[in-house]
Design a protein around this ligand. Structure first.
Ligand SMILES: [Zn+2]
Length: 286
């Protein structure tokens, strides 16, 4: 018989306190890769493993989200990104090495390869393209979409298609030490367009000018650092774990704003916009 001793630092008053007694074989609990996660009672590791996850964007946030997805037990992941690695990616992307920037490697391929190295049982498919090029029905094949993007247009494309197909969408964004996460669970919650501000609308209007000309819009690069990236990527995958474990009532149904300078996390409540066309479309599943 072995007495299990609780040494959890978050319960200092209970250090050394005997919390349970049972017969165990020393080392047995270390055989299972997900032994520690399974000790979180409400986590549905089977549902997490069975989820078909789409990750759009394999840049800074995508590297963090990809790593977290694999380590959290997601087994079936598709990565979409059209871009190649450059030197300025190397300061905040776990899976990118100097040689990837030198050779201008494909982000989706490199992130997918890195994810497979973390766990050989994970199926990761890499697709090098824009999300729009994958066709109208592509998003409907997935259980869940995580947005790791740096542009409004792709976000809105995913948002509207997720609303149409009834697929939950977890969107992450950041700017310097600030970041935000929004969870869209169609048809219950507000979507990205419900909370869009005027500057977003202006960008969309410029891009889709009705003059017939394709208008070029210069959008400056966004300030970013790895610590904020890590926080936002972690929040996104945590929401994914809750969703797949049937804990949607515990998800961020509004927008979570993280301010790394003050160390605060605030929830901004938004409401469904009655004029938002995404809610007039039928949710087909979930
Ligand atoms: Zn909406």
């Amino acid at each position: 018989m072995i007495i299990i001793v609780n040494t959890n630092i978050y319960y200092p008053g209970r250090i050394g306190h005997t919390v349970a007694e049972e017969t165990i074989i020393p080392g047995e609990e270390d055989v299972d890769r997900f032994d520690r996660a399974k000790r979180i009672g409400w986590l549905d590791m089977k549902a997490i493993a069975g989820a078909k996850v789409l990750m759009v964007g394999a840049g800074a946030i995508g590297n963090e989200v990809g790593k977290n997805l694999v380590l959290s037990g997601f087994r079936n992941i598709t990565v979409v990104d059209m871009d190649r690695v450059v030197n300025s990616n190397l300061a905040r992307c776990l899976f990118f090495q100097e040689i990837d920037a030198t050779e201008r490697g494909l982000k989706a391929e490199i992130v997918a390869a890195g994810m497979r190295k973390l766990d050989s049982k994970v199926r990761v498919k890499a697709i090098t393209s824009t999300i729009q090029e994958q066709g109208e029905n592509f998003i409907g094949r997935f259980s869940l979409v995580l947005g790791c993007l740096d542009n409004v247009l792709a976000r809105l494309y995913i948002n509207s298609h997720c609303c149409h197909f009834g697929v939950p969408y977890i969107d992450g964004a950041m700017d310097g030490f600030r970041g935000k996460v929004q969870v869209v669970i169609p048809p219950d919650t507000p979507c990205l367009e419900c909370g869009m501000n005027r500057s977003h609308s202006r960008i969309v209007e410029q891009r889709f000018s009705c003059t017939g000309n394709d208008v070029s819009v210069f959008i400056p690069k966004i300030a970013a650092d790895i610590t904020t990236t890590s926080v936002i990527g972690a929040l996104q995958v945590r929401e994914a774990m809750k969703l797949m474990s049937g804990k949607s009532e515990n998800c961020i149904s509004n927008v979570a704003y993280y301010d790394g300078l003050s160390g605060s996390l605030d929830i901004l409540e938004i409401e469904k916009n009655s004029d938002c066309l995404n809610h007039a479309l039928p949710a087909l599943k979930y």
